[in-house]
Ligand binder design. Structure first.
Ligand code: A2P
Length: 314
């Protein structure tokens, strides 16, 4: 397994297991199987609603804690400074852990305290840099307290990360964003490389397990793209392994979700796939600026969030 080094010197396994939409009743078994076959990085979030089941699997593993990498995320309704520590403690309790390796601000979107998903624009609070800096300061205190070793962002633009970086004490260590051949995040990669940060890509396989209302009818497929199919055939591997191997070869980390033992194995094998220059060039040419997860669910009538102010044109 390849590892990526963070500013603290901590080493994140490049290939991890995503757990969004991993159902209760399936996820504990999937995490147990993943750890058994060699995964050491599990990507979680409070809002996925399955941290307690993941905790059950972590409780029974004989992998030492210092060989595991566990990420979780602060949900959008807990960004008020006084809510940050309780939210982190809640994830730790559910996961049965003393500390997290990484805690991310899940979205640059604020939801009113007490509301999990906004029912109307009245549940959303407009985004401000000042507000995020207060959230960030509360996260820094959690690092000081030893509750988490590294902090970062998810779904943030480079512009929003820079606004934190310019005024914080502890800089963001990781930027987790959607990343795959149709949305290659070259600006984010360059920004993170210049700032000693690690990029983690979600939805590397196209995230076909999203809720139906988030799936567009004309979505392009990654797993069936002719370039991906022919590269997979050339290396005697699967299309998923090609997509994941590409991410690892670019020096990013990647967190495919699966609850299926065969696919867990296929995906893990990608960490050791040696793609050649010709393969990388063909995949790099697929960039289309296409997001599968466009954040439209934050943009109901009257919402303060728009594609422009959410993504900052990135
Ligand atoms: P499953 O959990 O049944 O394996 P992403 O990581 O881009 O969000 O995509 C996850 C989706 O892709 C899930 O529906 C998952 O289903 C499926 N998936 C995971 N691994 C593979 C694979 N190797 N080949 C095809 N589909 C996969």
């Amino acid at each position: 397994m390849k590892y990526l080094t963070l500013p603290t010197g901590d080493r994140m396994p490049a290939l991890g297991l995503g757990t969004w939409q991993a159902a209760k009743g399936q996820v504990a078994q999937a995490v147990t199987e993943a750890l058994r076959i060699g995964y050491r990085h599990i990507d979680c979030a409070h809002v996925y609603g399955n941290e307690a089941e993941i905790g059950e699997a972590l409780a029974t593993t004989d992998v030492p804690r210092n060989e595991l990498w566990i990420t979780s995320k602060l949900w959008n309704n807990s960004q008020m400074p006084e809510d940050v520590r309780p939210a982190l403690k809640g994830s730790l309790k559910a996961l049965g852990l003393e500390y997290l390796d990484l805690y991310l601000v899940h979205w640059p979107v604020q939801i009113r305290s007490g509301v999990t998903y906004p029912q109307s624009s009245a549940d959303l609070v407009p985004w401000t840099t000042e507000h995020m800096l207060e959230t960030w300061e509360a996260l820094e205190e959690c690092v000081d307290e030893g509750l988490v070793r590294n902090i970062g962002t998810s779904n943030f633009s480079t512009k929003k990360i820079l606004a934190i970086q310019e005024r914080c004490t502890l800089r963001p260590a990781v930027s987790q964003v959607e990343m795959h051949p149709y949305f290659q995040q070259n600006k984010m990669r360059a920004f993170c490389a210049a700032n000693g940060m690690v990029v983690t890509g979600f939805a590397p396989l196209g995230s076909k397990h999203r809720p139906a209302h988030q799936i567009k009818t004309d979505e392009p497929s990654l797993l069936d793209h002719p370039h991906i199919l022919s590269i997979a055939e050339k290396h005697g591997t699967t299309p998923a392994a090609v997509l994941l191997g590409w991410a690892v070869a670019r020096g990013t980390s990647v967190i495919p979700k699966s609850v299926n033992p065969g696919r867990l194995q296929q995906n893990l094998a990608a960490a050791d796939l040696a793609l050649d220059e010709e393969d990388m060039t063909a995949i790099n040419a697929m960039d289309a600026g296409y997001r599968f997860l466009d954040g439209a669910h934050w943009m109901m009538d009257g919402s303060p969030y728009t594609p422009e102010n959410l993504w900052d044109g990135e």
